[in-house]
Design a protein around this ligand. Structure first.
Ligand code: G6P
Length: 612
């Protein structure tokens, strides 16, 4: 999704801005641009924009000799107006240049007012109103900082903005409300960005801005003013991101790298319990013991793949811990009238911690009087983590591929730990069962590494899938959400229409779709529902459907006409959903490759969805 980088230095900042944009590319975008105040030409603004990749923008800026010591840059994911050069940021109004993430809801009325003042609009974006508004105050005599403050006072919606003026080469001004923005502190140079990863190459010292903050960023200092207009100090964090963690290394794609990193990512996430004899609430924060003892239900809020993780967790939380659990799509919950129950633990599950709908759903839950919140998240210091009472950080490392993989399996690892802690507090976990589960968790990284060996067989399935237009994924019980995740992965990156069904529902509709052109994937671990699932599979075979089954060793399912079986190397008991995810990720990855798709950046999608 949209990304912002800004810089002021005593050197040409264009390479810094471009490098920053490259590091934000993974979020998904459809155009990019950069504007700098020209060091040589009397401080004139120079701007380049492109609907191509950032590498193209880099070539263009080199060809046009764009350079300067103050500048802003942006990757845009279209919301208002199609992806085109004229809609790409930065936008300019009489020497003022602006980049913006988010959506301005009152842009129509602001545009009408600005038009009546004589401003001409050259783009279809909501952002252009910000540029003109800042300009209107600036030309009336306000400083750039005051012009930005007066502008933000008029904006309704979510935004993070960075602004420069060609008449004021000493600073840039940034502001945020509802969209992430941070400052990077250097030696005699300073930076701003929407994500700390954009600044890895220049600084580790990060200052996260709060909602309502506006900051003036100069060469030697930054000044932050809060929503009330008071000058405030915000803590300096040392970013733990390392440049190598976001490099491809020997892999061809980030998604491939991230699939294969899962044994390590899960091992890192579970590190604190690998040598432990027991689990404790403290894993989720100092207050967790008190809060967990006071709750009597759980509400999980999430989007996309993280929602599927929540759906798996419901089976664990109700089945093992015996605690009532509901799971809601964040964008639905935030606008639904629900019956609040104060002693509910609200759990947000998110890779990025910045997903706008999940954040808004958490705020909404709090506004209804829900007392307690826990964030399961992969990004320390992200907005969700900061907004929650308790937190558990999955330690997957940066996830760059738009289609989430290692974030999902590490979320599941975190959620099974939570299940154990709650089960123990509720007297539903014997010491023997706890020891047994901890043993299974210690074995999980090895089991994951074993499953990765099914890749050659999956590749053969993928070659066939790549020629089809539709696919059906079936699972029962806790493996139904895994079927959902398999279908989501396939549609995200291969663009094959895929649906997931609880296998028992097959005959209530989707069976009508089944014929020899419809490949069907079934997840068939050896659990209590296996015999039921086998009957559902017969229903598919009787209609000529081609079955692809992921089966445990002792399920007695073997290859036959129209039946293709891959045997899973390990049976992982209640951790089985984590293992069954891997072949489905590989299936989507190889089907997408077969089709020649750009797997890391699927069309129309963004990694971190920071708008509604
Ligand atoms: C986007 C991504 C998905 C992700 C979802 C939720 O749609 O493309 O991969 O699952 O957002 O993101 P989150 O960061 O909250 O997990």
């Amino acid at each position: 999704m949209c990304g912002i980088v800004g810089a002021i230095a005593k050197r040409n900042v264009v390479p810094i801005l471009i490098e920053g944009l490259k590091r934000l590319e993974y979020r998904g975008y459809d155009s990019a641009g950069v504007a700098v105040v020209d060091g040589k030409d009397n401080g004139k603004l120079q701007r380049v924009r492109s609907t191509g990749r950032v590498a193209e923008l880099e070539k263009l800026s080199q060809a046009e000799h764009v350079s300067g010591e103050l500048g802003i840059a942006h990757t845009r994911w279209a919301t208002h107006g199609v992806p085109s050069e004229k809609n790409a940021h930065p936008h300019i109004s009489g020497g003022i240049s602006v980049v913006h993430n988010g959506i301005i809801e009152n842009h129509d009325e602001l545009r009408a007012r600005l038009r009546s003042q004589g401003y001409v609009f050259l783009s279809d974006t909501d952002t252009e109103v910000i540029a003109h508004l800042v300009h209107s105050f600036y030309k009336g005599g306000a400083t750039l900082f005051d012009a930005v403050r007066r502008t933000t006072a008029e904006l309704i919606g979510a935004y993070a903005i960075a602004v420069v003026s060609e008449n004021d080469r000493t600073h840039l001004v940034v502001a945020r409300h509802g969209a992430p923005l941070l400052l990077g502190l250097g030696e005699g140079e300073n930076f701003a960005a929407s994500d700390a990863s954009a600044l890895i190459q220049v600084t580790q010292k990060i200052v996260y801005l709060e909602d309502g903050d506006c900051a003036e960023v100069k060469l030697d200092r930054v000044t932050i003013v809060n929503a009330k207009g008071d000058v405030v100090e915000r803590p300096v964090h040392i970013s733990q991101l390392s440049a190598s963690a976001v490099e491809l290394g020997n892999y061809t794609h980030y998604m491939q790298k991230e699939i294969f990193e899962q044994p390590m990512a899960v091992a890192n996430t579970l590190e604190m319990v690998t040598s432990a004899q027991s689990v404790s609430p403290q894993l989720f924060g100092a207050e967790a013991g008190r809060i967990f003892s006071d709750i009597d239900s759980v509400l999980i809020l999430a989007c996309g793949t993280s929602y599927n993780a929540g759906m798996v967790a419901r089976y664990w939380l109700e089945g093992v811990a015996g605690i009532p659990c509901s799971v809601e799509i964040a964008s639905e919950y935030r606008y639904r009238e629900s019956v609040p129950h104060p002693r509910t633990l609200v759990i947000t599950v998110s890779q990025s911690g910045e997903t706008a709908d999940t954040l808004a759903a958490l705020q909404y839950a709090k506004s209804l009087g829900l007392l307690y919140s826990l964030s399961i998240c992969n990004v320390p210091e992200s907005a969700l983590v900061r907004a929650s009472d308790l937190r558990f950080l999955t330690r997957a490392g940066p996830e760059i591929g738009v289609a989430s993989t290692k974030a999902f399996t590490t979320q599941l690892a975190a959620l099974i730990l939570l299940t154990m802690v709650l089960a123990k507090l509720r007297g539903r976990l014997t010491t023997e069962r706890e020891t047994e589960l901890l043993h299974q968790m210690r074995h999980l990284p090895t089991a994951l590494a074993n499953v990765l060996h099914v890749e050659p067989q999956i590749k053969m399935w993928a070659e066939k899938f790549a020629t089809r237009h539709h696919a059906l994924f079936l699972g029962r019980g806790i493996h139904w959400p895994i079927a959902m995740e398999g279908a989501l992965k396939l549609k995200e990156i291969s663009y094959i229409h895929a649906e997931a069904y609880a296998a028992g529902e097959l005959k209530h509709g989707p069976l009508a779709l089944v014929d020899k052109h419809m490949p069907v994937v079934a997840i068939a671990p050896k659990d209590a529902l296996l015999e039921k699932l086998k009957s559902n599979l017969q229903e598919v075979r009787a209609r000529g459907g081609e079955l692809h089954v992921l089966a445990d060793q002792d399920t007695k399912l073997t290859d036959a006409e129209g039946l293709h079986v891959i045997r899973m190397p390990d049976h992982a008991g209640i951790l089985s959903p984590i293992l069954h995810t891997i072949p489905l990720q590989l299936l989507a990855y190889h089907a997408a490759l077969e089709r020649g798709n750009y797997v890391d950046k699927p069309r129309n999608l963004a990694k971190s969805v920071t708008v509604e």
